[in-house]
Design a protein around this ligand. Sequence first.
Ligand SMILES: [Zn+2]
Length: 146
Amino acid sequence: MPAATRQEPAIEGWFATDEASAAHLIGSKCPRCGTYVFPPRANNCPNPACDGDHLESVPLSRRGTLWSYTENRYAPPPPYPATDPFEPFAVAAVQLADEGLIVLGKVVDGTLATDLRIGMEMELTTMPLFTDDGVERIVYGWRIAS
Ligand SMILES: [Zn+2]
């Protein structure tokens, strides 16, 4: 694999890191009814009882509890990038502490389903997903909270 010369998010605007390199997700919140949304968007409140059409960008909780999880043991088909040889990885659905939203994400390398338990505390992190033309593409992910 060619060496990466720089890092960029695989998707713009879904997460950010603070001065201490702590990652948080970026969501949206309806100022009218308080409903949160992830991934972020600018309008169309998802609450059927609310006709709000302007959502504000907000940082979301860095931690949450493990709501469900699974382990992927099959390489994704092209065009999705996969390691060669393929390494199984866990996927976690984490319920954010303050917002209650459930956010799906890959779990860090080295943590598999056998290491996870429903209800355990998880925290957000970032990890490289693949390298493309010298650019290391970064995604958010979950790890067991320290
Ligand atoms: Zn609303």
